[in-house]
Write a protein that binds this ligand. Structure first.
Ligand code: NAP
Length: 313
């Protein structure tokens, strides 16, 4: 089983596909990107871009929240689409992520699994170190995790009288705080990835939000914890997008609404979904990947639905 615990990975040889591959631990490109990560001035950026594009550098994507549902489908489609690219899939319990383990049998050279729990920041740091040591850069980060209901722990509230402190805090921690901390830890790697000019001149961060997080679109009320946590995710991500733009960091941040998708998350609430409006994971992820692949600098900080329409804040 090729599960890579971020703690164990430092003794592995790099699988990096470049002329210096035989070096143990770090390829030349990885070393260059480390220099770039330390000294992100124009000269080192140009040197890095020049040398890295002349060697064979792979696209590296991370899907956070990849054990099941939409995240797992992102991993599958990225592996199929990007023949030469690498996908780092993170989840809380790799040993129980059967869908990921099946994919790993098929894509053993290109799929890397790291343990990451959104409620434990050190696991984010360890995953970032794994990517830094192995590749030195990241081109795409997808935050696909999220919670809506957990039996006996958190339920979408139908009235204010059912709102609980614990549910508000848990939804906020998993749906807003965690994804933002992941972006913080991957930031230097995304900067390095955006400077590589692989396909586009920026790396992309795509966080899965939900239309119900829109304040302007809120006509039904309810679902206090989930709604507010997604609203917080939107504001935090917009804030990060503004900072990246001001710093001229080559990173585009997107917030994405996948539609109502047939996953464990939506299962208990599917009975009122109109005919034809419950999407398969395959359909939704295909649409979202098209938005991600076509994202331009002017899309930084925007909130899009699965069909490419912008959503009101
Ligand atoms: N499905 C929909 O209709 C719909 C609609 C709008 C928005 N969304 C959003 O789309 C995203 C994906 O939803 P989904 O339908 O794929 O949900 P899902 O099938 O329930 O999967 C949720 C994922 O989040 C992970 N997760 C939960 N808590 C975590 C934690 N503390 N640390 C790390 N990972 C954690 C789960 O991992 P475990 O396996 O370890 O629990 C699982 O991989 C969510 O952000 C959701 O809010 C979904």
């Amino acid at each position: 089983m090729n599960i890579i615990s971020p703690i164990e990975h430092t003794h592995e040889l790099s699988h990096f596909n470049c002329p210096f591959e035989s070096q143990p631990k770090m390829s030349m490109i990885t070393k260059l990107s480390s220099i770039f990560l330390r000294r992100s001035n124009n000269k080192s950026r140009m040197l890095y871009r020049c040398l890295s594009t002349s060697a064979s550098v792979s696209q590296v994507s991370m899907v956070q929240g990849a054990s099941r549902g939409i995240g797992l489908e992102f991993v599958r489609q990225l592996l199929v689409m990007k023949d030469e690219g690498h996908v780092v899939a993170t989840c809380r319990k790799p040993e129980g992520a059967t869908g990921l383990l099946e994919l790993q049998e098929k894509f053993s050279q290109h799929l890397h699994i790291c343990q990451l729990d959104l409620t434990n920041e050190s696991t984010m740091e360890e995953s970032a170190n794994y990517v830094k040591d192995k590749f030195g850069h990241l081109n795409l980060l997808i935050n696909a995790s999220g919670i809506l209901s957990i039996p006996g722990v958190i339920q979408p509230e139908t009235t204010l009288s059912k709102v609980q402190r614990s549910s508000l805090l848990l939804a906020y921690e998993v749906n807003a705080v965690g994804p933002v901390l992941v972006i913080k830890h991957m930031w230097p790697l995304l900067k390095a990835g955006g400077s590589l000019a692989l396909g586009k001149n920026a790396s992309v961060v795509a966080s899965l939000s939900a239309r119900v997080g829109s304040i302007g679109d809120n006509k039904l009320g309810g679902w206090h914890s989930y709604r507010a946590s997604k609203t917080a995710l939107n504001q935090l991500t917009k804030n990060i997008a503004v900072e990246f733009a001001r710093r001229k960091d080559p990173i585009i941040c997107l917030l994405l609404h996948p539609g109502t998708v047939d996953t464990d998350l939506s299962k208990p609430f599917q009975k009122n979904v109109p005919e034809g409006k419950l999407f398969t994971k395959e359909f939704s992820v295909k649409k979202l990947l098209s938005i991600i692949n076509n994202a331009k600098t002017h899309d930084n900080g925007k909130f899009f639905a699965w069909d490419g329409q912008e959503i009101l804040w």
